[in-house]
Design a protein around this ligand. Structure first.
Ligand code: MN
Length: 239
């Protein structure tokens, strides 16, 4: 039996539509898991049952979280907010952590994980992140193309997935982790100091990455490794 991986969805409230890019759930299949899409719900009984039935939780990319969730005002350069999705994903992330279920967060997902456990974000890297040389984190290049380098912490899951400390990733974010939530450590950063990956030190598998491996693994098979590690950990729970 394949581990069941709950994959959150984007939600367009205006059009009453949920959506999920194929690279996420195809990556779960490729890695040996059974993806199940989880549309946002307001009813916490539904969210509890989502988590109860899933062996692992994947938090996908999307718009900006409401800064009220990390105690800040909504500043001028913060982007689009989806309150229903914010509430559902933060609830699911906290539940998954509480139950010790593996969590893999991508882009917005690393940010949701961090907020859920008490961390904060830069609402806009270009306006708030101080560095002599801020990198282009919203790339103008094909989605699969790695445009900036990062350095991973030796021994981390991110390091083990790639087999080296320095490698290039794609980049589609204007926000980033600022204060790291208690229990997490930074496991990859860009040369400008922007945090690109965090991992929980005690949880069996809680990894967030700021890049988009779901858009890269078809071109570079190294980027499926984190999916495989995530699905494997999710499977350990059911074995
Ligand atoms: Mn980046």
């Amino acid at each position: 039996m394949r581990p069941v991986i709950g994959v959150t969805c984007g939600y367009n409230e205006e059009k009453s539509r949920v959506h999920c890019s194929s690279g996420y759930y195809e990556g779960i299949v490729k890695a040996g898991g059974l993806p199940v899409l989880l549309p946002p719900a307001e009813d916490t009984d539904i969210l509890d049952e989502y988590i109860g039935r899933c062996d692992g939780l994947m938090l996908i990319g999307g718009p900006d979280a409401d800064p009220r969730h990390y105690g800040e005002h909504n500043l001028a350069f913060n982007g689009e907010i989806c309150p229903t999705r914010d509430n559902a994903e933060l609830y699911l992330a906290r539940k998954a952590f509480g139950l010790g279920k593996p969590v893999f967060g991508i882009c917005r997902g690393i940010q949701v994980m961090n907020i859920a456990l008490g961390g904060t974000l830069y609402q806009d890297i270009g306006s708030q992140h101080k560095s002599d040389e801020v990198l282009k984190h919203s790339q103008s290049a094909p989605v699969w193309y790695p445009t900036h380098e990062i350095t991973a912490l030796e021994g981390s899951n991110v390091f083990r997935s790639m087999g080296e400390t320095r490698f290039f990733v794609n980049s589609f974010h204007h926000q980033a982790v600022k204060n790291v939530a208690p229990g997490f450590k930074v496991t990859a950063s860009a040369p400008d100091g922007v945090i690109e990956a965090i991992e929980h030190v005690e949880h069996p598998f809680a990894v967030g990455v700021q890049w988009h491996p779901e858009l890269m693994w078809k071109k570079d098979s190294r980027f499926i490794k984190l999916f495989q590690m995530f699905v494997k950990h999710s499977g350990c729970r059911t074995a």
